[in-house]
Write a protein that binds this ligand. Sequence first.
Ligand code: XMP
Length: 512
Amino acid sequence: MNEKILILDFGSQYTQLIARGIRELNIYCEIQPCTKPVNYTADLKGVILSGSPFSVNDPTAPKPDIKAIADKLPVLGVCYGAQLLAQQSGGEVGKSTHREYGRAHLQAIVHDPLFATISDGSQVWMSHSDSIKRLSEGFTILAHTESIPVAAYKAADGYANNPVYAIQFHPEVTHSTDGRQLLKNFVVDICGCTQDWTPAAFIHETVERIKEQVGNQKVVMALSGGVDSTVAATLVHKAIGDNLFCIFVDNGLLRKNEFEQVLEGYKHLGLNTKGVDAKQLFYSKLEGVTDPEQKRKIIGGLFIDVFSEEAKHIKDVKFLGQGTIYPDVIESVSVHGPSVTIKSHHNVGGLPEKMHMQLVEPLRFLFKDEVRRIGRELGIDDIFLSRHPFPGPGLGIRVLGAITEDKVKMLQEADAIYTQHLRDSGQYSQVWQAGAILLPVQSVGVMGDERTYEYTVALRAVTSVDGMTADWAHLPYEFLAKVSNDIINYVRGINRVVYDISSKPPATIEWE
Ligand code: XMP
């Protein structure tokens, strides 16, 4: 990477959107907490200050010295960033007469590189309860809106060694119709970035970096069939070939035929993968366990045991490959204290500690959609790239209550019917995640002349962007009718199908 933009995060919910907006312009950028000092490396071309839930008048609000940064590089302050700059430069920020949230329109835009090709009336998205009341001497207002006098401004020429801009609105949200153009004007025209961070360039640089890091040593990696581990392994393989050893564990909680299909897919990708059948070990250790967190711990712990035992058979392996992605790495700016664990998701988190190996993490700086773009460029089959997220504990947290092999088989059949119908009807790619859940509930039914007393399956399908919030997918009734009919007719032991119509929050995507 020979150029990058730094985003100083003050805790806004939109910070990652700024990063994605910049990266879509083929410019690499990183997010860093505002409390960390800026490292002025030669590749750094500009700094963006994010919004924040803090008020600049709050005594505990974070306040890095913006002028010091602007003496080194061009700066763009967004929302809180704009207010902090106003305050630090001798202007005034105070409570707005009313909270401004939602759409507004820029007026009287001044001719300036930041607003090149953006015209009066441009819709922007506001979200603030403080406003800039007064700017320091020599600072220029670049636009106002119907309700605030300072929607955008520029620091006085002599204020710092580089241009300093500030905007009260959020260019990173799609409701700001020229937001992307404004970000482009800043990073390309004002910071001078060349937009050469393409998937092909990323692959080239990453492969070179892995070669340098690993040399002719060996790397071992756990694969899951998911997008991240598959793309990460393909990159490592491109760099070191058969010195990459992959392990895919069948924990008995995968989907129907998934173990065989995924192994076959890996063969096509040229990955040297060992499939390990550990089904019975998992079933035996899970026997009678009903608590969801306990199940997660057992499944995660056993996985580490099985994987590290297998890895021991590979001689002299020094590196552990992982498909870690950027959202797992970004240090969050905590405004309300540490968040409470709702579900312990990172079930393989203990792997690196246990293995005492150096990590190879080629996707450490990518968002999920970028991983898919890289995967496409690497020629990886869409079967891998478009796969719905599937939790590490697999069907273990979708068989509610105690897990038995028979129950897993029942659920695998129901899930396979559901997934096939989703694919056949073109709905699979429309929903973010879908799956079937086996409830620990039996109910009465009638089949032919016989009374039945069998299990219920719940179908779940959600739309979402990142899994943090989700809505239930409004699948057509006819579709649900077909799925329900086929599950009840073809899966022994199930006589009732229900559809989950809860959003997250307050529900979660998984039932356990
Ligand atoms: P929830 O149920 O918290 O799920 O709304 C959000 C996303 O996380 C996945 N999930 C997990 N992934 N290990 C994982 O690797 C887990 O223990 C786990 N629990 C939930 C879930 O499938 C959804 O995509």
